[in-house]
Design a protein around this ligand. Structure first.
Ligand SMILES: [Zn+2]
Ligand SMILES: [Zn+2]
Length: 365
């Protein structure tokens, strides 16, 4: 038996479809059939050359935001991470990263900050178990990965963003303590921002303001119930946008501002939108070496807090499933996925995603 995979060779080069033999599933591990894999902003950064694992550039399968179906269970594995029984054919979602459990951060209960986690993702697909990324027909889940069974009432479209975008904003907004009545500004309404509207609202945000420029994304942000849009076409300078947020908040600024764009320059403007004593959350800017100039006194004298969150604690994914179950009829989650592509058409899918016109392009192998 063989399975297809899209191989990322290097930035700027089209991905190639190859076939690998299905791996032998070790005890406690699992092989899943990928049902749907979304193109996340970080995949786009990678294909464009802005982001690397920090290790050798070996051809490998990228992609991590996905949902799968159990194809084979390794010996001894009979349930998901919460003890729910698992059988072949069950749909599962999983943390795409593998904390080591023994580094200093892991020992302090911060597995999302594990120093080894990127290295443990697998740098090459040339060797078994081959299938270590989402853009393939199969995905190999190691015994130490967190796996949750997907509730039947959640469609593939709905649940595919759970293990990256949704869990990421759920965890990030938790880390900056969004509270009842908070005004929350979201910089960017891509995959992260759209999910963040719903999460902030459900956490009790009194007002949600979205800063965005693409008309399709603005439309979607409105459909998700954003109270105000600061349209970059209408407010073209950072000063005007900051001014607009201040106008909407009686001159104070927002309690929480979240950077969900991946554009370093927005940090300066974002901090300018935070009220005295408020919180600024960094999630989108994952590209090493990209700089931005900020005025530290605005943070110090303003008693503002800056928090960065990359990846999430495993509970966030479990709660993301619960979140979707409770709110799926309240928000138009399904309309976030604007375009689906076959695995063979992955390069065309990336072209669309790079242009930023689609909120989430999706591969259905
Ligand atoms: Zn992602
Ligand atoms: Zn660790």
């Amino acid at each position: 038996m063989k399975g297809k995979a899209a191989i990322f060779i290097k930035a700027g080069k089209p991905m190639e479809i190859v076939e690998y033999p299905l791996p032998k599933v070790q005890p406690g591990a699992m092989l899943v059939k990928v049902k749907r894999a979304n193109i996340c902003g970080s995949d786009v950064h990678m294909v464009q050359g802005g982001f690397s694992w920090g290790g050798p550039e070996l051809p490998h399968i990228i992609g991590h935001e996905m949902v799968g179906e159990v194809y084979e269970l390794g010996a001894g594995l009979t349930s998901d991470s919460t003890g729910q029984p698992l059988k072949v054919g069950d749909r599962v979602t999983y943390c795409y990263f593998r904390p080591c459990g023994r580094c200093y951060a892991c020992l302090h209960g911060q597995s999302h900050a594990c120093a080894e986690t990127l290295a443990r993702l697998g740098m090459t697909s040339a060797e078994p178990p081959h299938f270590l990324g989402a853009f393939a027909e199969y995905y190999y889940i190691y015994p130490d990965q967190v796996v949750y069974k997907v509730p039947d009432e959640l469609s593939d479209e709905l649940v595919a963003p759970a293990n990256c975008a949704l869990s990421q904003v759920l965890y990030g907004l938790h880390e900056v303590h969004v509270e009842t009545g908070d005004t929350v500004v979201l910089q960017g309404a891509g995959g992260l921002g759209i999910n963040a509207i719903a999460v902030a609202r459900e956490m009790g945000a009194g007002m949600v303001i979205v800063v965005e420029q693409h008309p399709e994304r603005i439309k979607l942000a409105k459909a998700f119930g954003a109270d105000y849009i600061v349209d970059i076409n209408e407010f073209p300078t950072p000063r005007e946008r900051t001014g607009q947020v201040r106008r909407l908040t009686q001159g104070r600024g927002a309690d929480v501002v979240a950077e969900l764009t991946g554009i370093p320059q927005v940090a300066r403007e974002g901090i300018g939108m935070v009220r005295m004593g408020g919180r600024y959350l960094w999630i989108g800017n994952i590209n090493p070496g990209k700089m931005v100039e900020i005025d530290p006194s605005a943070v110090i004298l303003g008693n503002r807090t800056i928090v960065g969150t990359g990846r999430y604690a495993p509970w966030a994914l479990y709660r993301a499933l619960d979140f979707l179950k409770r709110t799926k009829d309240k928000y138009p989650f399904e309309s976030v996925l604007s375009h689906s592509f076959k695995l063979e058409d992955i390069n065309a899918a990336f072209e669309m995603a790079v242009k930023g016109k689609v909120t989430r392009a999706s591969i259905v192998p």
